[in-house]
Design a binder for this molecule. Structure first.
Ligand code: ATP
Ligand code: MG
Length: 491
């Protein structure tokens, strides 16, 4: 289906500002349709039909009421309607006033009341809002009368070009619907009428007194936007809460006649459920944080137990093994620590790098000073990637600190380990270099030897589907290059 601007540019001579005015009208005309229990069409004189159509109008938009059956089941948007089909259409276009008439509805087999409401903008009638009213069945109820009264006043505003409002706040899909509850407030700020749903909403706010003839303020309800609408003729909305239980959105539409504000329509919507949902999402986030926090605590407990056990062990080898297991568990805890602060699908890897570096610096005791320098960062990584990568990184940095500088002894040289991090679109790259003695002559990454590198190999290749290369650097020391795809793609 073509949009209003598209139809307008092809079929009419409306300019941009006029089209925008009509779009603003469209944003809130569902309200007009519901208040009048009517189908509505927006028509504008159509151009470029020389000789084909007599007096053509194009249908720019169509809306059906939510509170009664439609009378127009066809989609008329974009169709050409000759003026003769809609008697009085022309008259209303040239006079600029609302004309009431009747039109024969084929579908119904009877004539129904029709209103032609000229849409005025910048002193010119740019379009006609056609209200096709359902046949009247019996006298209108009190609240139907109230709706129609509001509708009439809004129609006058359309012809006086004070509706739709220029302010965007009232237009838009968030606009409450008529059925949610309406309060009509008169010029003096007193409640003229409240629909049953509006009364229910007031009850939920703790207001049980009769409302008619009293101001909301006297009733103990301070809604600034109502006062603002009355005083300045400005539409706006405000949420009124009662504790955490109830939240009602008040949407105020000033009724304007000439230059005077003659009343305010307050559309109410109970947004309690929406707010509750928001709170639920927030508390779920808190729960996830808590879970990460506990996982981290548990991992720290395990690592303390291992440390204790290591201290008690007389055998050097088993002590080293226990201490290493302890360190590995702590590097996993680091990731949960970060997630307990900022839970989500992704985690800022820079924070993890910071913690891992501190951990490696702390846990290795050597006679000579070692400095770990970090360049660049990987940005956000999915937690699925961050955890194994953090463990692998901890292993590689530990290796450098542990093995590269054994010959430094107490020569006073400073061991330097650099970690270079680069992130391309779908690739995270880590380069670890040291200025130590380099890898042993018989070193091969492929030999299933020691535990540390076996873990790294498994994590990088099998779990992260990445690559790892280990060799000696150009001048000295070891060079390790790790590349890991960061999307689902494989390297
Ligand atoms: N940066 C490095 N400089 C020099 N040698 C290294 C370096 N990284 C690793 N190596 C050598 O590779 C070997 C294998 O490392 P790996 O991490 O698998 O075992 P490990 O560190 O000896 O024991 P662990 O299982 O506790 O990690 C090391 O023993 C060491 O000889
Ligand atoms: Mg190792």
């Amino acid at each position: 289906m073509a949009t209003l601007p598209e139809i307008a540019s092809v079929r009419t001579s409306l300019n941009e500002a006029e089209v925008e005015h009509l779009l603003r009208l469209l944003a809130s005309w569902s309200l007009l349709s519901d208040l009048s229990f009517s189908d509505m069409l927006l028509l504008a004189p159509s151009v470029g039909h020389a000789g084909v159509h007599d007096d053509p109008f194009v249908v720019l938009a169509q809306v059906r009421p939510n509170n009664r059956a439609t009378l127009i089941s066809d989609d008329l948007v974009g169709t050409i309607q000759e003026a003769s089909l809609w008697p009085s259409l022309r008259q209303s276009l040239s006079s600029g006033v609302v004309v009431r008439d009747q039109v024969m509805m084929e579908e119904l087999g009877e004539a129904v009341p029709v209103w032609y409401i000229p849409v005025t903008f910048d002193g010119r009638v740019i379009s006609i809002l056609v209200r096709v009213q359902g046949p009247l069945r019996g006298p209108a109820s009190l609240y139907e009368q109230a709706y129609l009264n509001i509708f009439e006043r809004l129609s006058t505003m359309v012809t006086e070009s004070s509706f739709p409002f220029r302010e965007s706040e009232v237009a838009g899909p968030g606009m409450p619907r008529v059925g949610d509850g309406i309060i009509l407030i008169d010029q003096r700020g007193l409640v003229e009428f409240a629909t049953p749903n509006a009364t229910n909403a007031l009850h939920r706010l703790g207001l049980y007194a009769a409302t008619e003839g009293r101001s909301l303020r006297d009733l103990g309800l301070r809604v600034r936007v109502v006062e603002r609408a009355l005083e300045f003729g400005l539409p706006s909305m405000e949420e009124v809460d009662r504790g955490a239980e109830v939240a009602i959105l008040f949407h105020c539409v000033p009724l304007i006649e000439g230059a005077a504000t003659t009343g305010v329509v307050v559309l109410m919507r109970d947004v309690t459920d929406v707010r509750r949902l928001n709170r639920l999402v927030l508390s779920k986030e808190a729960a996830i944080k808590e879970v990460h926090h506990r996982v981290k605590n548990n991992l720290q407990t395990i690592s303390s137990l291992l440390r204790l056990q290591a201290r008690r062990s007389d055998d050097g080898d088993s002590r080293t093994a226990l201490l290493e297991a302890e360190r590995r568990i702590r590097s996993i805890a680091v990731v949960h620590e970060v997630l307990s602060r900022e839970p989500g699908e992704v985690v800022d890897f820079a924070e993890i790098v910071g913690s891992i570096v501190t951990m490696v610096e702390d846990s290795i005791v050597v006679e000579h000073p070692v400095e770990i320098m970090v360049e660049g960062e990987l940005g956000n990584l999915s937690t699925d990637i961050a955890t194994p990568l953090a463990v692998a990184l901890a292993e590689l940095l530990t290796n450098a600190v542990e093995h590269a500088f054994v010959e430094f002894g107490d020569r006073g040289d400073v061991g330097i380990v650099t970690l270079q991090l680069t992130r391309q679109q779908n690739l995270a790259e880590l380069v670890i270099r040291d200025n130590g003695r380099g890898l042993p002559a018989d070193f091969s990454l492929e030999l299933p030897t020691s535990l540390g590198l076996s873990i790294v190999r498994d994590l990088i290749r099998n779990q992260l589907h990445g690559t790892i290369e280990m060799r000696n650097g150009e001048e000295m020391g070891a060079y390790v290059n790790v590349r890991v795809p960061t999307l689902d793609g494989r390297l």
